[in-house]
Design a binder for this molecule. Sequence first.
Ligand code: 6PG
Length: 466
Amino acid sequence: MHKADIGVYGLGTMGSALTLNLAEKGFDVAVCNRETDWISDFINEAGALASRIFGRDTLQGFVETLKAPRVILFMIPSGAPMDAMIDSVLPLLEDGDTIIDGGNADFNDTRRRFAELRDKGVHFVGMGVSGGEEGARHGPSMMVGGSDHSWQQLRPMAEAIAAQFEGSPCVDHLGPDGAGHFVKTVHNGIEYADMQMIAEIYGLLRDGGGWEAKRIGDMFASWNEGPLQSFLIEASAAALRTVDEDTGKPMVDVILDKAGQKGTGRWTVIEALKLGQSASTIEAAVGARSWSSYKAARVKAEASLAVAANSDLPTQADLQQALEAARILAHMQGFEVLEAASEEFDWSLNLARIAEIWRAGCIIRSALLDELAEALSGDNSEDVLILAPALINRLRATMPALRRVVAASVSGGFAVPSLSAALAWHDSMARGRGTANLIQAQRDFFGAHGFERIDREGKYHGDWVR
Ligand code: 6PG
């Protein structure tokens, strides 16, 4: 029997697109799906690529179609369905086989599954796939975690289907166990912050300036030619320029202002806090999505709490530079979380390489990531990213605009939670003497927690006035 190079289980949007991408790059792919009637429909629509795709109705037939040692990519919902799938497929596997979870999984689950399967001779890979359907079909960015053995099996296929940035594939083996899924989670956290900051600028222009959606879209389109060039600015410009066919109104004006979230942004914040970090720009973005769902309460509150303040709308140049500064700071916070996780889990993450594989294919791809890759590499690296020479000049040039934009927003009563979190983090970092000396005094006053002194080694208590 002719055997396939890889199996893809799960023919939803992402699984289907990855299968077609693999077949197009010359790999033979076995496919299977829980709803078996999807399989023939999918193959019938695959056109010329159908000859490289082998549909199988049963898990056993699917596994038997694969070359050994096998590589099976699961594109199914994360959580319990993945555990159930592992239980079903495990008896059919042999030593050296690799199963890949290509969904947005919680990296804690990935670490657990990796360890459980390793004891059974099977390799488990957690692989973050970014770029949506279009990326999966024509070139995603992929973040792979797992064993070297799995990476050797997967590498030729992954590099062939990945997005390319100046000839370099946007995929790499980033570390063991949960490293790939962790990096994807932080990618999504940065995605949340970037989307929120763009939405905050939109809100200022809409509510503070009375701008129509199309005008804002045109402005974003022009920004996309400069330092803010990125997929998310391009996507926002396109969204704002789109008209609803039914009403003739801008599409964004007929969309309810309640945002969904599947969990990766929240996971970034939770894991950051566990690691002693504060990715405040990302937390603000997650929080803003949560508040957005309180639609009825907000409508009521507007009647009694609305702020009747006046403020001059910042200039377009200020808005552009403010977004530039805040975007740099949000990325820095994301990379700080990656650095902390790398130490905690002993992953030896290569931060420059992560920035490199995010330069194309993924949702946060941008001109900034190219600069970050440079700033994070080799001799340019600093203890803290905020001091990287290439970025410090960019920050110095753009921070005054962020300060003016946040100040104008505060005066006018426009909420800019992510932009202001970026500013607060910058200002906290940019002050050598902070205020935690008083926090320490308070802690010692009520709990005898002790403190360090600036002039002597050791731990001390205060003889507090009471
Ligand atoms: C990507 C996206 C993708 C998806 C997120 C959206 O990198 O391709 O991040 O994974 O769009 O799941 O997440 P929310 O539904 O939480 O916004």
